[in-house]
Design a protein around this ligand. Sequence first.
Ligand code: ARG
Length: 248
Amino acid sequence: MKKIAAIALVMMFVLTGMAMAETLKMGTNASFPPYEYYDDETGKIVGIDAEVGAAIAEKLGYDFEIVDMDFDAIIPAVTTGKVDFGMAGMTVTEDRLQSVDFSDSYATGIQSVIVAEDSDITSVDDLFAEGANYTIGVQQGTTGDIYCSDGIEDKGLGTVERYKTGADAVLALTSGKVDCVVIDNEPAKNYVAANEGLKILDTQYAVEDYAIALAKDSELTEKVNEALQSLIDDGTVAAVVEKYIPSK
Ligand code: ARG
């Protein structure tokens, strides 16, 4: 009798195992509209990365889960296998390529500068000018942080204040704690729309490629690239982008 019960138990596990797809976990930092942010009404993480990530998981036959964390925790989470991939408007950089592989690029990002409407900073060049001494807000660990730390702070041309989220950096700007914020252009537009008295400078700091971070030599990379390509080809990616960044 005991044997039969044991066999029944094993069968149950096998059957439920078959019914449940494996889960693909995406690490992100959900304070980065329109790529990833919490929807006010549903409390769910939405945005371009959230939807494209979900579409990739679906295409590959996985269940999908988003894990929200600090931006600078994403790459460590990928390398230690805590998540299967990182998707967070993340820029491909030489430095990051030392620890992770990147998928093909799915979007372009531009580092831009947000200032108060009446700011005396009128172009990016002002931040680098001789004798410049501005306080610059950034999100910790982002390319904005890296550029300003290397190009401005290390050269004695100003101070970089690092915040946990882009939203916190913008809050520091509206409360006058920093003179500007260097951040990706689409989030910048969102923050400027949501806060009175801010504007984005016309000149751009840097143009970059966004891609999905995966563990080095992961078997998943090729599959993710194939799924991504077919979602680009069938117009899914364009439709998601249009939903979050309407062209008109
Ligand atoms: N593109 C920038 C970078 O890779 C900023 C990304 C920030 N993303 C986020 N979800 N907070 O460093």
